[in-house]
Design a protein around this ligand. Structure first.
Ligand SMILES: NC(=O)c1ccc[n+]([C@@H]2O[C@H](COP(=O)([O-])OP(=O)(O)OC[C@H]3O[C@@H](n4cnc5c(N)ncnc54)[C@H](O)[C@@H]3O)[C@@H](O)[C@H]2O)c1
Length: 441
């Protein structure tokens, strides 16, 4: 094989030696799984200029490789340009049909953990090929290419295609899952209301793009904060997608609550079940120790220190993100990625008998008397078909109801604040207090 040096200053048709030697072979049987992946940039709003320098006289020119690409696929990115018909190749395999997974904020810290879990088969299963569609901001394009390169270098057999782009209408094309992580962090001195507006605009646009481009039954998990209201905005801008398909991630909060209960009870955390986080992914969230169980028993029967439950436990879960920042100097990324995996698996694997999981979902028709038309974390159960039902057999006491009311009030205020982004008039911000997101200082 010819040895070539490569340098690229922009995304476009750049080739590395392995890819070039592959392109000269017409026999697809010589390709191993990972050779059949493609990394191609999606069309962007601005045209990239190409600057590649390959220092070898033995390699083929990019032009000859381009000529071999299947019809309609004129651009490719990275090591493996698409020089074969991926669909024809798929027909010879007994694997499941490829699924398209869009991830926004793909160059960020959470995605840096998540993408490799998805590509490895840990999330959707060891026989489920995946295509990753990575959305970044204009500022993160170079980093996005770096992510794609690392994915290439990992040689995941299940990873069949990676595309990158900055236009959500292109990136979300045919997406069956949309993991919306990308958002702006709250800067110094920025009010929560400002953050709601800035990030709300991102999610309004992405909702429209999902509506126009994604699979009609796409499942959407909103991670970028403030995630409940961002999910509401996204949903309102995607009227053709069922409202039930939109989730705000509160699974990290559930996992944190389980961990704290296990520590206090002196059991391993797999003994804690039926954990609900009610409400907003903020410091008003309510970790429900009334309905949770330890070794199948009500928590209050196992942990007799009820003062601890009401005061320390609740606050510890609510402020866990901030405590972590103090130690790490940055917000939780690995455990958030793990919780996104948990959230997806909870929808594609039947919920264990008698148990449930928490997710921020649309409140219309909820059996708990929570205000309609907001995205609120509630207990859910799934048959493993991507859908869920709200759990009916939960109990309430005054303590729980009072706290649920507080987080509900916050979400209703957030909703009023973003009315201009949900098509419901002029936004008016009267947030009860400037509560922090878990993870903020
Ligand atoms: N729900 C939860 O449990 C939870 C937990 C932790 C973090 N978060 C939130 O997740 C978000 C991402 O966290 P992170 O640590 O990965 O942040 P990060 O700053 O490392 O990454 C965010 C990425 O998003 C990109 N981005 C910004 N605007 C974008 C847009 N319009 N389209 C696409 N990409 C865009 C940025 O360029 C950046 O690469 C933050 O809003 C954070 O508050 C939520």
């Amino acid at each position: 094989m010819a040895v070539a040096e490569l340098s690229c200053t922009e995304t476009a048709t750049c080739f590395r030696p392995s890819q070039l030697s592959l392109s000269s072979s017409s026999s697809s049987s010589r390709f191993s799984h990972h050779f059949r992946r493609s990394f191609r940039p999606l069309p962007r709003t601005r045209n990239p200029t190409i600057s590649c320098s390959v220092t070898s006289d033995k390699v083929q020119t990019p032009t000859s490789v381009q000529a071999e690409t299947p019809k309609g696929k004129t651009e490719c990115y990275g090591v493996f340009c698409l020089t074969y018909d991926l669909k024809a190749e798929e027909e010879t395999k007994s694997w499941k049909k490829l699924i398209n997974i869009a991830v926004s904020g793909a160059a960020g810290m959470i995605s840096n953990h998540l993408l490799f879990k998805i590509a490895s088969g840990e999330v959707f299963g060891p026989d489920q090929p995946v295509a990753l569609k990575l959305l970044g901001s204009e500022r993160s394009v170079q980093a996005l290419e770096g992510v794609a390169m690392e994915l290439e270098d990992s040689l995941f057999p299940l990873l069949r295609e990676v595309s990158i782009g900055t236009n959500p209408y292109d990136v979300f094309q045919d997406a069956e899952w949309a993991l919306l992580i990308g958002a702006k962090p709250r800067g110094p001195g920025m009010e929560r209301a400002d953050l709601l507006d800035i990030n709300g605009q991102i999610f309004a646009e992405q909702g429209k793009a999902l509506n126009a481009s994604a699979s009609p039954n796409v499942k959407v998990i909103v991670v970028g904060n403030p995630c409940n209201t961002n999910a509401l905005i996204c949903m309102k801008n995607a009227p053709n997608i069922p409202a039930k398909n939109f989730h705000a991630l509160t699974r990290l909060d559930e996992n944190r609550a389980k961990c704290q209960l296990a520590l206090k009870a002196g059991v391993f955390y797999d003994q804690v079940s039926n954990m609900t986080i009610w409400g907003n992914h903020s410091t008003t969230q309510v970790p429900d120790f009334l309905n949770a169980r330890i070794k199948g028993l009500p928590v209050k029967e196992v942990i007799k220190d009820h003062k601890w439950l009401e005061e320390e436990f609740t606050e510890k879960v609510q402020k866990r993100g901030g405590a972590l920042i103090q130690k790490w100097g940055r917000s939780s990324a690995a455990s958030t990625a793990v919780s996104i995996v948990d959230a997806i698996k909870s929808l594609i694997i039947p919920t264990p008998e008698g148990d449930w999981f928490s997710s921020g979902v649309y409140t219309n028709g909820n059996p708990y008397g929570i205000a309609e038309d907001i995205v609120f974390s509630m207990p859910c159960r799934s048959k493993g078909d991507g859908d869920y039902e709200l759990v009916k057999e939960v109990i309430f006491d005054d303590y729980l109801l009072k706290r649920i009311k507080k987080t509900e009030a916050e979400l209703l205020a957030e909703k009023r604040c973003v009315a201009h982004l949900t098509g419901e008039g002029i936004g008016f911000c009267d947030l009860p207090e400037d509560t922090m997101l878990p993870g903020e200082m």
